[in-house]
Write a protein that binds this ligand. Structure first.
Ligand SMILES: [Zn+2]
Length: 99
């Protein structure tokens, strides 16, 4: 193993990372993607399908909706809301505020 095995790379999003292989995948983007899709795996299948139908497949998209909007979607039960808001909170986001 020499230092030349690892090269500093910069991905499209500007993350700097070292990779020893030819794999162009940025580990930071990779883990971000995991967080994003992970919230969908926490909720029930009908709720997941309801969100996917609305193209709500990222937490950023989810944060554009209020709790009430999400509850109105067919298939989303009240039990999904704490899971979704917890996932949003972890990402520093929240449901849209309604007055
Ligand atoms: Zn990246």
């Amino acid at each position: 193993m020499t230092m030349a095995d690892k090269t500093l790379r910069t991905c499209k999003k500007g993350h700097n990372y070292f990779k020893s292989s030819d794999c162009p995948t940025c580990p930071i983007c990779e883990s971000e993607r995991e967080i994003e899709s992970d919230f969908l795996s926490k909720i029930s299948a009908p709720a997941r399908r309801a969100l996917e139908r609305k193209s709500i497949i990222s937490l950023e998209r989810l944060s554009e909706y209020s709790e009430q909007d999400i509850l109105k979607l067919h298939g989303v039960g009240p039990s999904s809301i704490p899971k979704l808001s917890g996932a949003l909170k972890e990402a520093g986001l929240s449901f849209k505020k309604t007055d």
